[in-house]
Design a protein. Sequence first.
Length: 740
Amino acid sequence: MAEDDMYTKDGTVDFHGNPADKSKTGTWKACPFILGNECCERLAYYGMSTNLVLYFKNRLHQHSATASKNVSNWSGTCYLTPLIGAFLADAYLGRYRTIACFSIIYVIGMTLLTLSASVPGLKPTCTGKENCHATVTQSTVCFVALYLIALGTGGIKPCVSSYGADQFDDSDEVEKKHKGSFFNWFYFSVNVGALIASSLLVWIQDNVGWGWGFGIPAVTMAIAVVSFFSGTRLYRNQKPGGSPLTRMCQVVVASIKKYRVEVPADKSILYETADTESAIKGSRKLEHTKDFSFFDKAAVEAQTDRIKVSVDPWRLCTVTQVEELKAIIRLLPIWATGIIFATVYGQMGTLFVLQGATMDIHVGSSNFEIPPAALSIFDTLSVLFWVPVYDRIIVPLARKFTGHKNGLTQLQRMGIGLFISIFAMLSAGILELERLRIVRRHNYYELEHIPMSIFWQVPQYFFIGCAEVFIFIGQLEFFYEQAPDATRSMCSALSLTTVALGNYLSSLLVTIITKVSTKNGKPGWIPDNLNYGHLDYFFWLLSVLSVLNLGVYLIIARCFSLKPLTNIRSLDDQYFKLLATMTVALFLLGFQLVKSMDAQKFLKKIGLGKEDYYFWQQVGKALLCTYTLFGAAWLYNETSPLGWWTLKPRPKEEKELAHLYERREFPYPGDEEAMQEFIAKGGMIGTTFGPKGFVETDRDAYNYQKDLQNKKLEQEAQKLWLRMRNEVIQELQEKGYDVE
């Protein structure tokens, strides 16, 4: 092996600060310690949090809505503190030290929570199983422990997935292919821990005691810390590159200071360091992109900048620094669409548990009672089922149709997950309708557990688990891949903040709905006794929000430019049409089912009287307006020669041909990595590739040529080919390649 091939080329170093040796560090040699750490940490987290809403309600004697809000607020904080950990990891400590330091805080918080539930004087005084009254001091100790845990998670969540991905060198094709599998198995290990937590630990909390129920997660967290430190000498580490927030502020300030300065047409004269390495530690140089051109002003060298001996970073920034900010801005719209799903996901630990607590919790005809929170085991089982199915079956199958190395792009994967999440709320709403119908029919209003099996909740948990595999894993990989090197921890934290905001949104919705629905002495949608409420309305509300969110996501994703920029849209029309058609078909099918039966009888059967007509009429109008809007937008896009939100011509022929060239893996202008790989494989411009350069015996080439002929686009193909060929040749020549 050549000496250059012995070490990683992505800037990672070993424990001693030396360049990382590929044969001794990283890859799957180091990952078991990281995956073991994550499995144990998640077991500790879910073992403590899954049943927390019942601990608040039964032990701290809180109202149902209050307990739900407190859990949502705490969960939201757990996913907001990662911004602190990410900042410290990227700016000063590095991912390894950040995980190590915050893990200790985590263990302290778990220990204090265990003491608050087991030590006399700290634990609430109870006269029965659910008749407890906590003092202010006892509640304070409990919440201090919980928010110490929230702070501890802040250093682990944003770093551990990125740290695992750091063990694979992007410049090595073999290692790069394994990175996608790492994210799948990372999430698999998360749910192995969650599986044990939602089954064994929840049962212990309900049947043995909360002291043991919190003590075992505390011990497990200590094991997680030991697992992480055990692999220290095998890890690859990225050097911290300074504060990314400071660098971004510098770009904004410099751009404002130069708001009168014109950006030159020749972007190659924008300021950048002369070295091959970026001025930002732990980051490679980034190519200039055309969007958000206002920030390019920060990289324009004014006369005053040339006179000064040293560069003022608040007046002049490098192109890489500017592109770093642009990359973060591009991620924000996609990031925002994850908030609604996080709200849906958050119901598993709050309203799903409260709903299950009103149902028959016996397993079959036996006397064994399953804790309501333990039903989340089916979410975990769903994830454990779908991860290997996706990795081993869906990806290879999709790869044959799309030609993409991962089968589906991360954007396509997340879109499918958002679609599936709609069914989770529909399932929960239908179940609650049927539960309330039984309550009304048999006058079970004061019955603690109605004779309806809790296992009817399984479908809603299953759908959320399936959606998780597509959304959360897609988010992990998407934010890591699209983030600049020196901001990956921050971007991982950014993806986690959707869960925080989703929990806060859930808390806000519960607060508003409780205030509005309890006017004039009404019990409201979410009363203490859910038999008097309308929890189904809340689930319908989330269903409508999920549909609207999916529509917004499809528009944003179609306009998103992947890194590096290419001429291909990130979501092709076929995918957009398929997903949109499936959504419309779902509602048309439901409409036909209702139409085929006696509407009055059907509405009466599911528990909706005439007093509810106005409510559903407004929901129907909202859905109709939404789909009319999206339908008009889609029709405009298909019939107009103009692209989305721009006046740039976008001929349909060029778009179709671009997809053909994508499947041929032709290197596009600006895609430096693809061009280097193309040259390394011995590719020659205009011979191996191109409409006129195929070998007739090549079956794949023959099919490609036939596809062009069937579309009757030979002339357009030649024009597109010549333009792309000239652009690529020019860029290759600028980089020193000998091509003609």
